[in-house]
Design a protein around this ligand. Structure first.
Ligand code: INI
Length: 173
């Protein structure tokens, strides 16, 4: 029988039951759309390749994947929101490359894109993965497109699958 206050508290804690929920990395049956910016296309093509490779790896059917092209990163949130509100997609992946060296309005553009993508996800409830590189130089972007330091498109696609499944799993609790 616990006597002190501390012992009584610790006895209550040991009776707590917890469970963890993690979204499955299984793409079978999921409908995923990818919005990709054509600005810096030589790099966004690599992100797209990475994203499609990751989706294939999770078992997502390529016929169920829609690729939508927009002019630049600034247009990603609008297209993502349009797809998310259509009710046809389990997740949306946004891909783009914003390089500081090329734009004096880098901060405005990066913030607008990040906020727009976040709002598209939170306000629609559909996962919208952020696969947008914001780098100081083209070299840093190249490194994150699959050449040296992984591929941001690949990572974003895995997040999209995980979050799409998590959403379904949470509904089933
Ligand atoms: N779009 C990008 O995706 N990356 C950039 O680095 C970039 N720069 O450098 O300006 C860029 N600009 C275009 C922008 O996204 C819009 O398409 C444009 O402003 C029209 O709305």
């Amino acid at each position: 029988m616990p006597s002190s206050k501390r012992e009584r508290r610790s006895s209550r804690v040991s009776k707590l039951r917890s469970r963890a929920v993690v979204g499955k990395l299984r793409g079978e049956g999921l409908k995923i759309s990818v919005v990709v910016s054509q600005f810096n296309q030589w790099l966004t093509d690599k992100l797209l390749e990475g994203a499609l490779q990751a989706l294939r790896k999770t078992g997502a059917s390529q016929e169920e994947v829609l690729v939508v092209k927009v002019p630049g990163a600034f247009e990603l949130p609008q297209a993502a929101r349009s797809l998310a509100t259509s009710g046809k997609w389990d997740a949306v992946i946004c891909l783009g490359v914003i390089i500081k060296g090329e734009t004096p309005h880098f901060e405005y553009l990066s913030n607008a894109v990040a906020n727009g993508i976040e709002r598209a996800a939170v306000e629609t409830g559909v996962p919208v993965a952020f696969g947008v590189l914001t780098t100081e130089t083209a070299e840093q972007a190249i490194a994150r497109c699959g050449i040296k330091q992984g591929n941001k498109g690949y990572e974003a696609a895995l997040v999209a699958v995980e979050m799409a499944n998590l959403g379904k799993q949470l509904q089933e609790l």
